[in-house]
Design a protein around this ligand. Structure first.
Ligand code: SF4
Length: 324
């Protein structure tokens, strides 16, 4: 695998204004993403995992430039796209694509699958003479029958629609795919098929992928490395096998503890993550996990831990490891 960096994010932040119509100014700032830095190498899949509301989908939208960052830097293959707008951004669009959780909402129900797949080719200025060949190749790769081109999205199952969504995303040979909860809305048996398809395509086409999910098991299956997010921050990044077997951050350990296990085989019961998630408009001082952490000390309540490499690329933001 090539180790060139396809995506480099540095100190990415996103704050949303919370308004009340009684006041002409924002009454609160909601910190959805705070000081997030990470890289994705060529051909690598980085999983982003965390509970609902942790900022992982906002992070995906920032990278896709669907949402404007408040501050920070995004480099795609060395090119700064943080503030890119208009025609230059439109031209860059073919190089990074997104797969949404609900493909049905992303499709125009009046368009056939063929027209849906022609749209990005037209927008990217691909000569019309090449469309049929490129679409047929992508249909083959994604396991969609060619007669689907004349049919409409409502004629397909959720899994088939997600295949079309994946086909559209890879049509222009992007360097990076952001997949935002791509299997969460599907039946469990279909989830496995779509995960396998994405894994095969990623290996065959060599693209990089950011795979966002609240489900640690699916993230672990598809990702080489995993970043764990909590309240807008990355609290741990490691190789996926290492994260699963030797998680360091108390939040990651708690997340792994919530994964269901077959009770007779392991003698373990599913654990619950205790405590309430603090409001993102009123974050605690110090470590944002301190109100739920069984190891919290006075230092944790006043000093925010920094994400640091604790050895072999295993990054953790936790005072328990300050001496490493
Ligand atoms: Fe727990 Fe302190 Fe580590 Fe935060 S810094 S996770 S409160 S031990």
């Amino acid at each position: 695998m090539s180790e060139n960096k396809i995506l480099v994010c540095r100190n990415l932040c996103k704050e949303f204004d919370i308004r009340d119509k009684k006041f002409p100014y924002p009454i609160h700032k909601l910190k959805a993403v705070s000081d997030v830095s990470f890289d994705i190498a060529g051909g690598e899949t980085l999983g982003i995992v965390g509970e609902s509301g942790c900022g992982k989908s906002t992070l995906g939208r920032l990278i896709m430039r669907i949402t404007e960052p408040t501050s920070g830097t995004i480099l795609l293959n060395g090119e700064d796209i943080t503030a890119m707008k208009g025609e230059p951004l439109r031209r860059m669009r073919s190089r990074f694509q997104i797969i949404f959780q609900d493909p049905y909402a992303a499709f125009n129900p009046r368009m056939t699958i063929g027209s849906i797949l022609e749209e990005p080719l037209s927008a990217a200025g691909v000569p019309k003479a090449e469309w049929t060949e490129r679409i047929d190749r992508i249909l083959d790769l994604t396991g969609i029958p060619k007669d689907a081109k004349a049919r409409y999205p409502h004629e397909f199952s959720g899994g088939q629609r997600q295949r079309v969504s994946i086909a559209r995303a890879i049509l222009l040979n992007p360097e990076l795919i952001v997949a935002d909860e791509p299997v969460s809305a599907l039946d469990v048996s279909i989830q496995a098929q779509i995960l396998n398809l994405m894994k095969d395509l990623q290996e065959e086409l060599g693209m990089s992928m950011m795979f966002i999910s609240h489900n640690l098991a699916s993230v672990q299956y598809i990702s080489r490395r995993i970043a764990v997010m909590y309240l807008g921050r990355i609290v741990e990044i490691a190789e996926s096998d290492i994260l699963y077997t030797n998680a360091l951050h108390p939040y990651t350990k708690a997340l792994i503890g919530t994964i269901p296990v077959p009770v007779p085989a392991h003698g373990k019961r599913r654990r619950r993550l205790e405590g309430e998630v603090p409001s993102p408009i009123d974050l605690p001082e110090g470590c944002v996990f301190c109100k739920r952490c069984p190891h919290a000390t006075d230092k944790c309540r006043t000093v925010s831990p920094v994400l640091k490499d604790r050895g072999a690329g295993h990054h953790v933001a936790c005072h328990l490891y300050d001496s490493l």
